[in-house]
Design a protein around this ligand. Structure first.
Ligand code: PMP
Length: 428
């Protein structure tokens, strides 16, 4: 494969855009360097770079593109928005329709508010938890990423971990000391933290199923403990469902897990590919937000008609029967194929998969926390990534990210992918 145009574009991008990328996770720094491939267009499960190479896309834009690229139903909704006005700065019917759809799918949401990104959504839930409880400290879990605002850039997985900077420069010590980080899936450590700081904790922020040091499910009883102790100490539970909502079923992960968080942050999938964030939760807690209450949150683009209509259309697609079952079926075939190829070529891996999302760790240990995910061999992953890319399979350029299936992947795509994995493993 030739990447001539991508390489030239990256050289140019470096002159104008910091690091040549608009989000650090897009850089190939963690996979041995090189010019990131620039995409020209996408259709269904494929996208095509500016050198005209075709890729099967497992990046799915880090999660949102669950219905593939250019889905006709979503495209129609976006075209309608483009023709009839993308931004009014007023109330619209779309935002009410979409809020009702989200509430129906996620019964925990008494009230919602839309904004423009996952970062904003989580940031606001943290503010609300503080406003509601009158406390300042937060608990988060090591390796979980919740966006790029100060309070959560502490042991933050995914992008920051990949680039080897778990704490960002510019985050004041005074902010970092308000955040207590606990290993995921470690009940003893969590109990200990609550016994020590429980009375000062405003909120406990958690990805109910982790997506940011690969796909990691909670051990039985772990989230239940988090919820019980939060209640005992008067702290709020905040589920960051920016990756998980509508990824595994039509609704939120916490519903699947039988949990009722106080606040929920949403993003990615719910925008059908357009910028979005949303948060919601129990009525009395949500009424802390302006104009009803003293916690402030606002946004010029919040609830814009384009994102609302794309989101509505996306959920309409996802509501069709059999969608998630098919992603699970294909995910299982892919996982099996990967494991068999690893066995054949004597490559040590661990695969974590939940339905249409999976992660390959180049380690022999079962991965249930960030410390174990870190042990996945980044150098091998980097070579694997490039070998897959050269065969037209696009993965996230980080050992910590998940592969995401979409509604558009077919069994043929999976077969092609397994053959590519087999070859890549033979070359490692
Ligand atoms: N929370 C989680 C769990 C995420 O995975 C992300 C993004 N990867 C965010 C929050 C931040 O979302 P955004 O990039 O839209 O600001």
């Amino acid at each position: 494969m030739k990447y001539t145009k991508s390489e030239a574009l990256h050289e140019e991008a470096l002159q104008h855009i910091v690091g040549g990328v608009n989000s650090p996770s897009r850089s190939y720094k963690a996979v041995g360097g090189g010019a990131p491939v620039a995409m020209a267009y996408g259709k269904g499960a494929y996208f095509y770079d500016i050198d005209d190479n075709r890729y099967i896309d497992y990046l799915a834009a880090y999660g949102p593109i669950v219905t593939g690229h250019g889905h006709p139903h979503i495209a129609k909704a976006i075209a309608h928005a483009a023709e009839t006005g993308v931004l009014f700065g007023t109330a619209t019917e779309h935002e009410v329709t979409f809020a009702k759809m989200l509430k129906e799918a996620i019964p925990t949401l008494d009230k919602v508010r839309f904004n423009n990104s996952g970062t904003e959504a989580v940031m606001t839930t943290v503010r609300i938890a503080r406003a509601y409880t009158g406390r300042t400290k937060m608990i988060k879990f090591a390796g979980c990423y919740h966006g790029h605002f100060d309070q959560v850039l502490v042991a933050a997985g995914s992008g920051p971990a990949t680039l080897g900077s778990p704490d960002s420069a510019g985050v004041p010590e005074s902010v970092a000391t308000e955040v207590i980080t606990v290993p995921f899936n470690d009940p003893e450590a969590f109990k200990h933290a609550m016994e020590r700081w429980g009375e000062q904790i405003a909120g406990i922020l958690i990805e109910p199923i982790v997506g940011n040091f690969g796909i990691v499910e909670p051990k039985p009883g772990f989230l239940e403990l988090v919820h019980e102790m939060a209640k005992q100490y008067g702290a709020l539970t905040i589920h960051d469902e920016i990756i998980t909502a509508f990824r595994f079923h039509y609704g939120a992960a916490h519903t699947m897990l039988g949990l009722t968080p106080d606040l929920v942050a949403l993003g990615k999938v719910i925008g059908g590919g357009l910028p979005i964030g949303a948060y919601g939760g129990k009525k009395d807690i949500m009424e802390t937000v302006a104009p009803l209450g003293p916690a402030y949150q606002a946004g010029t683009m919040a609830g814009n008609p384009a994102s609302m209509q794309a989101g509505i259309a996306c959920l309409e697609v996802l509501k069709q029967p059999g969608i998630y079952e098919e992603m699970d079926r294909l995910g299982a075939i892919l996982e099996q194929g990967i494991l068999e190829a690893a066995k054949k070529h004597n490559i040590t891996i661990t695969v974590n998969r939940l339905k249409g999302a999976l992660t390959i760790y180049f380690t022999d240990e079962k991965v249930v926390n960030y410390e174990q995910a870190e042990k996945s061999d980044g150098e091998i992953f980097g070579r694997f990534f490039k070998l897959m890319l050269s065969q037209g399979i696009n993965l996230a350029p980080s050992k910590y990210e998940a592969w995401f299936l979409t509604t558009e992947h077919t069994e043929e795509d999976i077969t092609e992918t397994i053959a590519a994995v087999d070859y890549a493993f033979s070359q490692l």
